[in-house]
Ligand binder design. Structure first.
Ligand SMILES: NC(=O)c1ccc[n+]([C@@H]2O[C@H](COP(=O)([O-])OP(=O)(O)OC[C@H]3O[C@@H](n4cnc5c(N)ncnc54)[C@H](OP(=O)(O)O)[C@@H]3O)[C@@H](O)[C@H]2O)c1
Length: 236
């Protein structure tokens, strides 16, 4: 399977009122989403190939502040070979990074702020600390989408207003919980690594139970070296 071609060919029909949202996550067989506070211990070359294939279809890569910090996010890169496809779809050469945070406890010197040509978006709240806002304004575009906490619908409305068609969310579990409550996960790309990790790691989603549980339909299942790559679509 040619991963980029496969994920590039998938349909992500534009929604009239908000972007399409694909959630991409990796877990162990026993449901761990991190080993020693990072997902690297769960990932490998095949997972990375699909991770980058998905990034190549995104207008915006959405992450929670916890993930951006723990995984030391940098400016998104897309292989030159995949940029022609992006241009053909009317997309810019690279997706933008959007980080969700109400406390704004992000270091302006962090790697993700290192490319002035691709400033991250920070989705935040109207009552975010003024000193943190002032520290980050020189390196990022701050967009307010709520008070106290961001509602996932409001986050997507804000991205829609910026012309975003496809959002690829890379977690983490707390942000995923907000997405699940708002029922905005259209696609789940879930990698299961063939290991039992144990430990205190959280599940894929942290947050309140949702009722009814969100039904998902299996669209595709790929395998390499015992690693499973599921693609589920929301059954609406
Ligand atoms: N296995 C995988 O695929 C995968 C993927 C991603 C992450 N991870 C792992 O997950 C861990 C991090 O998990 P996490 O759940 O703490 O991370 P997270 O969801 O990335 O970050 C949580 C933080 O994001 C902000 N946030 C999220 N939703 C918000 C909302 N609706 N409104 C306002 N702020 C919001 C808050 O930041 P502020 O506190 O700054 O306001 C919150 O503390 C790391 O160990 C990482 O390695 C694993």
């Amino acid at each position: 399977v040619d991963a980029p071609a496969c994920y590039e060919a998938d349909e992500r029909p534009p929604l009239p009122h908000r972007p399409w949202l694909a959630l991409n996550m990796v877990t162990s067989l026993d449901g761990a989403t991190a080993v020693a506070q990072a997902s690297a211990g769960l990932s490998g070359p095949a997972d990375k190939a699909i991770f980058f294939a998905l990034r190549a279809v995104a207008d915006v890569i959405l992450v929670g502040a916890g993930t951006a910090r723990d995984e030391d996010y940098g400016p998104p890169r897309v292989a030159a070979a995949l940029q022609a496809g992006r241009r053909a779809r009317g997309q810019s050469d690279r997706p933008r990074l959007a980080v969700v945070s109400s406390r704004l406890d992000l270091d302006p010197g962090a790697r993700m702020f290192g490319d002035p040509g691709l400033r991250p978006i920070i989705l935040t709240v109207a009552d975010a600390p003024a000193d943190r806002r002032a520290a980050l304004e020189p390196v990022a575009d701050l967009v307010e989408a709520g008070v106290g906490q961001l509602d996932a619908g409001a986050m997507l409305d804000a991205l829609h207003a910026l012309g975003t068609g496809v959002v690829v969310c890379e977690g983490g579990p707390v942000l995923n919980g907000h997405l699940l409550v708002a029922d905005v996960v259209d696609e789940l790309c879930l990698t299961t690594a063939p290991i039992l990790a144990g430990g205190p790691s959280t599940r894929l989603v942290v947050g309140p139970a949702v009722d009814p549980a969100r039904g998902m339909r299996l669209d595709r299942l790929l395998e390499e070296d015992g690693i499973l790559f599921h693609r589920y679509l929301r059954e609406r």
